[in-house]
Design a binder for this molecule. Sequence first.
Ligand code: AMP
Ligand code: GLY
Length: 423
Amino acid sequence: MKVLIVGGGGREHAIAVSVSKSERVEQLYCAPGNAGIGQIAQCVPIGVMEFDKIAAFAKEKEIDLVIVAPDDPLVGGLTDVLEKEGLRVFGPRKNAAIIEGSKAFSKELMKKYHIPTAEYETFDSAEKACEYLERASFPIVLKADGLALGKGVLICQDLQEAKDGVKAIMLDKQFGSAGNRLVIEEFLTGREVSVLSFVDGKTIKTMTSAQDHKRAGDGDTGLNTGGMGTFSPSPFYTEEIDAFCRKYIYQPTVDALACEGREFKGVIFFGLMLTEKGPRVLEYNARFGDPETQVVLPRMKNDIIQVMEACIDGKLDEIDLQFEDNAAVCVVLASKGYPAAYEKGFVINGLERFDGQDSYFCFHAGTKESEMGIVTSGGRVLGITAKGKDLKEARANAYAAAKWVSFENKYMRYDIGKAIDES
Ligand code: AMP
Ligand code: GLY
């Protein structure tokens, strides 16, 4: 079959690697892809929001399955556009992707269906939000309603900081129209864990757990980023927690969406906080996580195409989803300065070391082909993933492999997965 992946980052490279392992796939395309994806797929220069061009390309090439990976096109309704053209698509429709597209919507859904999450209020006016804050206790969390490149969440320590935050989001529109509405939420403490799951509208099968490191610097310091590294599984995600989440969070979320006439088919990413009072949902995403996917998919035993088709056909109950009994760690190699200003265009050396390896992966995020070879083209450049029998070994392997690659201004955190050594 012919498959088209929409997207072009580390997550899409990890998906592409899994897809290319499927015996059923004869031809793989990626729009727009990147230099690493280009080694296993044919990249086409179409942007993820160019819906008409994606549809025209998929029809012309007679694509059998389109996989939509990033949040923007999912929330914007690419799945609906492609389905209208008669194409088969993996990824939720617009009316279901809203669980990521609107935090106000997802909070309301959780409240209505008694799914455990932080207490909250939603506001359409900055004035009302500030009035509420006068009576609130701190710290408190402000969330722009819409998509904000993962940056629309502010944790405010006092009233002044919170009022400044309301102004930045709702009046100055720092995140554009995403800030037309605001969710103000109770501040929770605990371990964070990401659980990705396949969903076919009614059945949900969770993948192995993972944890992201969002801050730029060691010891969780510095600015928030798109993710500097991940590990899987999370040792804090115990069987007891899993049983609780299955009963009170996962299936109830799928049932709630179905009940609202918003059947969800695709991947639901549960961002959980393991609090003293039990697990709480911090956020839903309507897609694979980045860089969680880079540690989760390399451990999956199933043929990903078979699982995706089962989701589309409502037959996920027939799939026995299985993961290897090992661990994986992904260390992101970034450009120095990221997530603020950084330089790009530097030649990357050492990539060939990963050829033919099965326990080491070099997922490309911000790279491109040039006359000089493969060069850096983004803040997050590569995700170096390694497997090991346990997290400690996977971590040692990932840091060893991170040294195989060199480019000017290479930057990484040195403590990805470190807390786990001490647990
Ligand atoms: P989100 O985009 O909703 O995942 O939020 C981004 C990050 O903000 C999360 O990964 C948490 O670290 C933090 N966060 C979000 N909501 C809360 C909350 N209610 N309490 C504490 N931290 C939070
Ligand atoms: N790693 C967090 C996300 O994909 O949103």
